[in-house]
Design a protein around this ligand. Structure first.
Ligand SMILES: Nc1nc2c(ncn2[C@@H]2O[C@H](COP(=O)(O)OP(=O)(O)OP(=O)(O)O)[C@@H](O)[C@H]2O)c(=O)[nH]1
Ligand SMILES: [Mg+2]
Length: 603
């Protein structure tokens, strides 16, 4: 074994929004990797369209920079729990982590999850308390909470011996103590953080003369080169043009030739001719490769251990669009299209599984959470797909002959005066309160264990009940015995009983029955859901009714009808709303809700 002291590989992990991508921005800027005139967008690593729109990281991504003579490879990871699989994989490429914690929010469920994974992998952490500029920062308290978390996770003695750095990622400042005054001219300086990485993240080990071993942890695609595998060199030396063997997951070996070798520098890929232990590389010439496979010596292959990933906990059925409007907007509408697209997804998205669901037109897609599946659906509709998706269901399993279901640790931050309504809501959903912490700031933090089922649709209800003031975060906590019935949405649907175009007149007469989802002159079909009925039963309604022109006007006031603006549901809201006998119809331009059985007289 030799030590490659000219490289450090570090992943940046945290709960959602604690500032990972912003810190990577600052590190890249200060490494001088960009030309003076180069325009940099904020959160430059969040490069895909949905990441930019939503302001969250969805895919883990690697970048690299140089500090003095050392190449530092950084893997930025997503903080949302639905994308935990990305974090698990990213940790396979690195020798240590930076654990970011928001100076005001403190450790939250995903902080716990990512730290647990890092400790399990025995990766040394640097603790970074970020957002120290927040007016509500409680730096010392948060640091104590971090220690508590380590102890709670049974960290070993040596793992508790971590360095702590205090940062304002937005300004690009790192300090060794919160009240340290940086010397003149050192504002916008992350020197302390870079030094901590060199000092505390171990240099990669591995023997350049040993048998080649490169573990594939990510995939990418290039129009010119085809599939790219992104991975970490553990042993041996890889040269451009080398004949290699891919140790496949199924135990077989596939010979191939490396046609391109890249390393990462800032936001670019840089051509390389040779890779050595510790390098994080993208390689081409590896058609058919998947995540978890090893690239190794062509004659004497040696496989690295497979990357195990946590199981999915939630499933949704994807089917072809069978509504009367099918094929109007989408390019890809057949079951063949759907199957091919899902197969493609499986290649890069390791935390997703797909099964046939009773028929060739129907697939059960399993993942880690509603958001993960909603993002997949959103990507597909943008690519031109049409489909129908069913209500998310949780995945149960049988342990010792008994039915078990997934449970989540749920943390809710809300104003003190909302505690009552939150506890009542959680009680209905079989939530058990574990902790209640009053920070004395007028807000309380409540922790519950609750069946994952109880979270479906919870977010929108909670937002209404607390007028948008509650913050919810949850984390899969394992399987528990089935908790019995949990009541679902207490309302029914208003369902169009015939096709046509909606009229203001009909909507006006229906709006006192509940919330409408459509505006006037919307084209509807029989069986389409046009609103939420305030009562608990579905109601078939004629929403295309025209006002009879022959009627005598009683008064002129009758003319000026006032319509309540419709509640237009976005994809996630629509998915949360539907019941078992309902579907969301998704096309490139529309999101419609419908009954599974469209004909009123057949329901
Ligand atoms: N005040 C303050 N805001 C910050 C700081 N660092 C980041 N932010 C803000 O926090 C928000 C979230 O930052 P991101 O960098 O996207 O957080 P993230 O951890 O990458 O989030 P995910 O990738 O979605 O988990 C952005 O609005 C940032 O501008 C900081 O030091 N101080
Ligand atoms: Mg991010």
């Amino acid at each position: 074994m030799s030590l490659n002291t000219s490289i450090r590989n570090v992943a940046i992990i945290a709960h959602v929004d604690h500032g990972k991508t912003t810190l990577v921005d600052a590190m890249l800027r200060q490494s001088g990797i960009f030309r003076e005139n180069e325009q940099l967008v904020e959160r430059a690593m969040d490069s895909n369209e949905l990441e930019r729109e939503r302001g969250i990281t969805i895919l883990a991504k690697a970048t690299g920079l140089r500090y003095h003579d050392v190449k530092i490879n950084i893997v930025d990871t997503p903080g949302h729990s639905d994308f935990g699989g990305e974090v698990e994989r990213a940790l396979k490429m690195v020798d240590g982590v930076m654990l970011l914690v928001d100076a005001s929010e403190g450790p939250l469920p995903q902080t716990r999850y990512v730290l647990m994974k890092a400790l399990e992998a025995r990766l040394p952490p640097i603790i970074v308390i970020n957002k120290i500029d927040r007016p509500d920062a409680r730096i010392q308290e948060v640091l104590n909470e971090v220690y508590d978390l380590f102890i709670d996770l049974d960290a070993a003695e040596d793992q508790l011996d971590f360095p702590v750095i205090y940062t304002n990622a937005k300004l690009g400042i790192a300090k060794m103590s919160p009240d340290e005054q940086l010397p003149e001219g050192q504002n916008g300086n992350l020197r302390q953080l870079f030094e901590a990485i060199l000092a505390h993240i171990p240099a990669p080990t591995g023997d350049p003369d040993n048998i080649l071993q490169l573990l594939v942890a990510n995939l990418d695609y290039s129009d010119y080169l085809g599939r790219l595998a992104i991975g970490r060199m553990f042993n041996g030396t890889l040269r451009l043009g080398d004949e290699v063997s891919i140790a496949k997951l199924d135990g077989s070996f596939q010979k191939t030739k490396i046609t391109k070798l890249y390393s990462f520098e800032g936001l670019k890929r840089v051509d390389e001719t040779v890779g050595r232990p510790g390098d994080i590389l993208a390689i081409a010439g590896v058609e058919g490769i998947t995540i978890g496979e090893t690239i190794t010596h062509v004659d004497t292959p040696a496989k690295l251990p497979h990357i195990p990933i946590d199981e999915p906990t939630i499933a949704m059925t994807f089917t072809i669009n069978t509504s009367p409007f099918s094929g109007r907007e989408g390019t890809y509408v057949t079951s063949r299209n759907l199957r091919d697209r899902l197969d493609k997804e499986l290649l890069t998205n390791v935390s997703i599984r797909v099964e046939e669901a009773g028929g060739p037109d129907s697939f059960k897609v399993m993942g880690r959470g509603e958001l993960q599946l909603a993002i997949l659906i959103e990507m597909m509709r943008r690519e031109g797909f049409e489909m129908a998706v069913g209500k998310p269901e949780i995945l149960t399993k049988t342990v010792d002959g008994k039915l078990h279901e997934p449970e989540e640790l749920l943390v809710i931050d809300c104003p003190e005066n909302c505690t009552g309504v939150v506890m009542e809501k959680m009680g209905n959903r079989k939530g058990k309160m574990q902790k209640m912490i009053n920070h004395g700031s007028g807000r309380v933090r409540l922790e519950f264990l609750v069946p994952s089922r109880g979270l479906i649709g919870l977010r929108s209800e909670m937002m209404t009940d607390t007028k948008g003031t509650a913050i919810m975060n949850s984390l899969f906590n394992g399987y528990i015995e089935w908790q019995g019935d949990i009541p679902s949405r207490p309302t029914g649907s208003l369902v169009a009983d015939r096709p046509g175009k909606t009229t203001g007149f009909a909507i006006f007469n229906l709006q006192e029955r509940g919330d409408m989802f459509v505006s006037p002159t919307t084209e509807v079909y029989e069986g389409m859901i046009v609103g939420e009925n305030a009562r608990d039963k579905d109601l078939n309604v004629n929403i295309v009714k025209e006002k009879k022109l022959t009627n005598m006007r009683a008064s002129s006031a009758d003319e000026a009808i006032r319509l309540v603006p419709p509640r237009l549901l976005n994809l996630e809201q629509a998915i949360e709303f539907i019941r078992e006998d309902e579907l969301v119809e998704v096309t490139p331009h529309s999101i419609r809700l419908r009954k599974k059985v469209l004909r009123a007289n057949q329901r």
